[in-house]
Design a protein around this ligand. Structure first.
Ligand SMILES: Nc1ncnc2c1ncn2[C@@H]1O[C@H](COP(=O)(O)OP(=O)(O)OP(=O)(O)O)[C@@H](O)[C@H]1O
Length: 247
């Protein structure tokens, strides 16, 4: 469970998050969408403990967030892979940082690479991977630590439509197999409707609207008219903020 209470985050005089309140239930998913510069990434970084509040606070499972949390995994826009390390070593990173013993690291890395069908690439370096493969490695690395909270910043940006959808399906499958709390920031309306049980539309550092999305997790939802009706609803709210003019 995430509770954001009267959160204010500033960069110098620039107010990025302005007295924001938000509640995300445990083991549910939340998609954050909104115009460029409205504070989405700042919110995600605050949840990750990478950016500190000027005022207000964030509670995760009832505990005040004071920095990087052991069971929070973050996937950043560029996947955050270290170019000088192989896929295997990149996936092992979070476990090593947490002091897990070598045998356990080996077992975990092997099983997660197999589960996400990336095992054949284990000895490759990030530069040798496609965008979709890199993102899968980023997801492997995040999941290797068995997080209870997964934070994703534009997880599928810069991927073609079909690869985007494959990755979105993968995230949904992971969630359905073993629910955890997922917060993802996106610019993509369909992704928000596909991955967000709760869709939060932000503007000017605050929540503009929240939609509880009944189409989340519905089998073959992208083939259903109701899915696109929900997309349209989100689009209209974004258009009110001249979302597209600012792109
Ligand atoms: N490191 C920084 N220093 C100063 N101002 C910043 C910094 N990072 C973000 N900002 C400002 O804070 C505001 C919110 O930025 P943020 O990156 O959170 O928005 P965003 O909604 O994620 O944008 P985008 O969709 O374009 O990625 C913006 O006005 C931005 O210019």
């Amino acid at each position: 469970m995430i509770e954001v209470k009267d959160l204010v985050v500033k960069y110098g005089d620039e107010v990025a998050i302005n007295k924001m309140n938000l509640f995300v239930e445990k083991n549910t998913t939340c998609a954050i969408i909104g115009a460029s510069g409205c504070g989405k990434t700042t919110l995600l970084y605050s949840l990750a403990g990478l950016v500190f509040p000027d005022k207000g606070s964030i509670y995760i499972d009832g505990i005040k967030n004071n920095g990087i949390r052991k069971n929070t995994a973050v996937i950043l826009q560029n996947h955050g892979l270290l170019p000088w390390k192989t896929v295997w070593d990149n996936v092992a990173l979070g476990l090593k940082a947490r002091g897990v013993v070598k045998e356990k690291i080996n077992d975990k890395v092997e099983s997660i690479l197999k589960e996400l069908s990336i095992y054949d690439y284990k000895d490759k370096y990030p530069i040798e991977l496609s965008g979709g493969q890199s993102q899968r490695v980023g997801i492997c690395r995040a999941l290797a630590i068995n997080p209870d909270l997964l934070l994703m910043d534009e997880p599928t940006s810069a991927l073609d439509q079909m690869t985007k959808e494959k990755l979105q399906n993968l995230v949904l499958k992971i969630y359905k197999n073993k629910p955890l709390t997922i917060v993802s920031v996106t610019h993509n309306i369909e992704e928000a409707v596909f991955l967000g049980q709760k869709i939060v539309i932000m503007n000017h550092g605050n929540v503009k609207s929240i939609i509880n999305n009944p189409y989340f997790g519905v089998e073959q939802s992208r083939n259903q008219m109701e899915f696109y009706e929900m997309c349209l609803r989100v689009r209209k709210l974004l258009e009110e903020d001249r979302y597209y003019e600012k792109q």
